[in-house]
Ligand binder design. Structure first.
Ligand code: ADP
Ligand code: AMP
Length: 210
């Protein structure tokens, strides 16, 4: 099964993808996570990507497409989270899947109103060491500001600060939202009401996949 999780930043794609990937033994490919790791390790990709990420803009298509080609497993079995984000990336994915004789089974559109998005992003805390994601109110760690999984002190992502969040939402609307029509035309897009709690959203996600 190959799935694409589409939707605005903060809609809950990563939270659901991590759990679904574990339960169904899929590979969770989050381009955002891979880029953040690359920035941290100061690889050539990370050094090129950093300035775009800091500004809340998209990293150039050619860098992202090369990255996806590198990490895509031969036999598929993936949840693509945060990719594709432009029509050009979607076309490149179609080409790559054609070459590998893979198909996109479903595109799940995470649908949540702006108030929820802003609230979720402003309260998001991430572990700089293992990548676990929490929320100060909706998914708090057991011990304040400490990662449940590895004990590292949690941080707020630089691009979750208000100024950058506004930019990221604008970028989503302009560059990524056109993908809704792109996949609707192929009848593979399903809408998920992502404004409910984490457990309810997971339940709805499972029922959409059945
Ligand atoms: P995305 O991957 O779409 O950017 P995340 O999965 O990182 O979004 O979620 C953004 C924030 O919202 C995180 O702090 C996460 O804990 C929280 N969150 C995720 N899903 C929900 C939900 N259904 N209800 C409330 N908070 C949520
Ligand atoms: P995310 O973790 O998905 O919110 O992504 C964080 C940032 O990484 C984005 O704001 C972009 O700068 C960059 N990024 C992640 N995925 C992509 C992509 N598919 N195309 C371009 N830029 C991306």
């Amino acid at each position: 099964m190959n799935l694409i999780f589409l939707g605005p930043p903060g809609a809950g794609k990563g939270t659901q993808a991590k759990r679904l990937a574990k339960e169904f033994d899929l590979k969770h490919i989050s381009t955002g996570d891979i880029l953040r790791d690359a920035v941290k390790s100061q690889t050539p990709l990370g050094m090129k990507a950093k300035e775009y990420m800091d500004r809340g803009e998209l990293v150039p298509d050619e860098l992202i497409i090369a990255l996806i080609e590198e990490v895509m497993p031969e036999g598929g079995g993936v949840i693509l989270d945060g990719f594709p984000r432009t029509i050009k990336q979607a076309e490149a994915l179609d080409e790559l899947f054609d070459k590998k004789s893979l198909k996109i089974d479903r595109v799940i559109l995470f649908d949540a109103p702006d108030e929820d998005i802003v609230q979720r992003l402003s309260g998001r805390r991430t572990c700089p060491s293992c990548g676990a994601v929490f929320h100060v109110k909706f998914n708090p760690p057991k011990e304040d500001e400490i990662c449940d999984r590895c004990g590292t002190k949690l941080i707020q992502r630089e691009d979750d600060k208000e100024e950058v969040v506004r930019k990221r939402l604008e970028v989503y609307r302009k560059q990524t939202a056109p993908l809704i029509e792109y996949y609707e035309k192929r009848s593979i897009l399903v809408k998920l009401n992502a404004s409910k709690g984490i457990e309810e959203v997971y339940g709805e996600l499972l029922s959409l996949l059945r």
